[in-house]
Design a protein around this ligand. Structure first.
Ligand SMILES: Cc1cc2nc3c(=O)[nH]c(=O)nc-3n(C[C@H](O)[C@H](O)[C@H](O)COP(=O)(O)OP(=O)(O)OC[C@H]3O[C@@H](n4cnc5c(N)ncnc54)[C@H](O)[C@@H]3O)c2cc1C
Length: 400
């Protein structure tokens, strides 16, 4: 057998895609280093889910499924309410929560714990330049000394630095879906027990989900651009984002004033546009992309499960090709692209569902979910539709 080449691999981003890839690379005998811009592991955040055998089988192969199940949210119900918190309609939990739902921060901790012994982590740092030649990729960092790696993989999310530095020439990489999202933790004083409540007015939804075991609840806001014009904001300027959120939701009832009142104290405040990333190629020489950095889908697009499946495939293909990145990147892309495209298609209608534009559309949505319990075939169909994109891949077996 040929000797393994290109073993020294830098991954940018320590959320889901990065540590999952590090796990599989180490398993196949590569030496991963992960650089993460945040000073430590980022906690908090919303719940993410896994659904169907493709996602679950990869987690099982990693030996992490039981650990993840032990920390799942056990969400029982997601209820649309009126401004007095009276239920209007209930959505089956499986639509939001899949087969296993876990808070993103808890998942991050599990992945970090499973990789830290075999992976070098550089927190509080970021790649500032990439230059590749026959010897490898020469990398400079904001803080660490320059180093050379055999390969670099961007797992650094929607605003990926690796994508900007190595794929800058490709046009139209990020498509804004016209929806904005904000999420932050709040004290758990809404009497929720393994449930979520959502309140909608035209173009705006606010929600609170319980976050069992944390003493916190999670506030979520989904809204479309007021007046249809994209909102101009700096994704690093949270003061500006907090103001945008407060302005958009000014005058909205239910728990909204109370939730916004908690916003200044939230240290996990998150705000972004909901966007998709689409590239003609996911690699450029020795540099490749994975997870949201390469193909973000947005809520409803199985991004977390896709990141885990992609880690399995990318590392497996690198091992199968004995580190020949040209062969491996090509096969990774061919295997994953149709799967990713289905997830992106599914998520592209997210705005209509998450923040219906008119009172009529809100009423239609509520009526649909009120009818659902009386239509068992429709319930099965909804379950099937929400799972089928996540299962639509045949995963190869890779020898360890
Ligand atoms: C509001 C919202 C709700 C979602 N809900 C779901 C859901 O219910 N189910 C689901 O499956 N998916 C969901 N997703 C998608 C999911 O969060 C992602 O697809 C998934 O987490 C994979 O992300 P990732 O690891 O590729 O990137 P991210 O989670 O975005 O992580 C990127 C990491 O890179 C770091 N980073 C950024 N820039 C740099 C840099 N320059 N240098 C070093 N590090 C850097 C960041 O700090 C971060 O740690 C949701 C997404 C959003 C926005």
């Amino acid at each position: 057998m040929d000797a393994m080449q290109n073993q020294n691999i830098l991954i940018s981003g320590a959320s889901v895609a990065g540590p999952a890839l590090a796990w599989w690379l180490a398993r196949h005998g590569f030496r991963p280093t992960v650089v993460e811009r945040a000073p430590q592991l980022r906690g908090g955040g919303y719940a993410v889910d896994f659904r169907g055998p493709a996602h679950l089988s990869v987690l099982a192969k990693m030996g992490l499924l039981d650990q993840i199940k032990a920390q799942q949210t056990h969400l029982r119900a997601t209820t649309y309410v009126d401004e007095h918190s009276r239920p209007v309609a209930a959505m089956p939990a499986s639509i939001f929560a899949g087969d296993v739902e876990i808070l993103r921060g808890d998942l991050g901790r599990i992945l970090y714990g499973a990789t830290r012994d075999d992976t070098e982590y550089l927190f509080g740092d970021s790649i500032t330049s990439l230059h590749q030649d026959d010897d490898g990729v020469h990398v400079t960092f904001a803080r660490s000394a320059p180093r050379t790696f055999d390969l670099v993989i961007g797992a650094d999310g929607l605003h990926s630095a690796v994508r900007r530095l190595a794929f800058g020439g490709q046009p139209d990489q990020v498509t804004d879906l016209g929806l904005y999202v904000s999420i932050f933790g709040v004290p758990d004083r809404y009497g929720l027990d393994h449930e979520g409540q959502l309140y909608s007015v035209p173009g705006k939804t606010a929600a609170v989900f319980s976050a069992p075991g944390t003493g916190q609840a999670v506030a979520q806001f989904f809204f479309t651009a007021p007046g249809g014009e994209p909102i101009d904001f700096d994704y690093r300027d949270t003061a500006q984002q907090r103001k945008i959120l407060a302005d958009v939701y000014a005058g909205v009832g239910w728990h909204v004033p109370d939730l916004l009142g908690q916003m200044p104290a939230a240290d996990d405040f998150y705000f972004d546009s909901v966007s998709q990333v689409k590239l003609d190629r996911w690699s450029s020489g020795r540099v490749a992309l994975t997870g949201d950095a390469g193909y973000a889908a947005g809520p409803g697009g199985n991004g977390t499960g896709t990141a885990v499946v992609a880690a399995y495939v990318l590392a497996g293909e690198l091992a199968a090709a004995r580190g020949d990145y040209r062969v491996a990147y090509d096969r990774y892309e061919r295997l994953l692209r149709p799967y990713v495209a289905r997830g992106q298609k599914q998520a592209s209608g997210g705005a209509e569902f998450l923040a219906p534009p008119t009172a009529k559309k809100i009423a239609q949505r509520d009526r649909f979910f009120r009818m659902l319990p009386y239509l068992p075939p429709a319930r099965l169909l909804v379950k099937h539709l929400s799972t089928r994109t996540a299962t639509a891949i045949n995963l190869p077996e890779y020898a360890p």
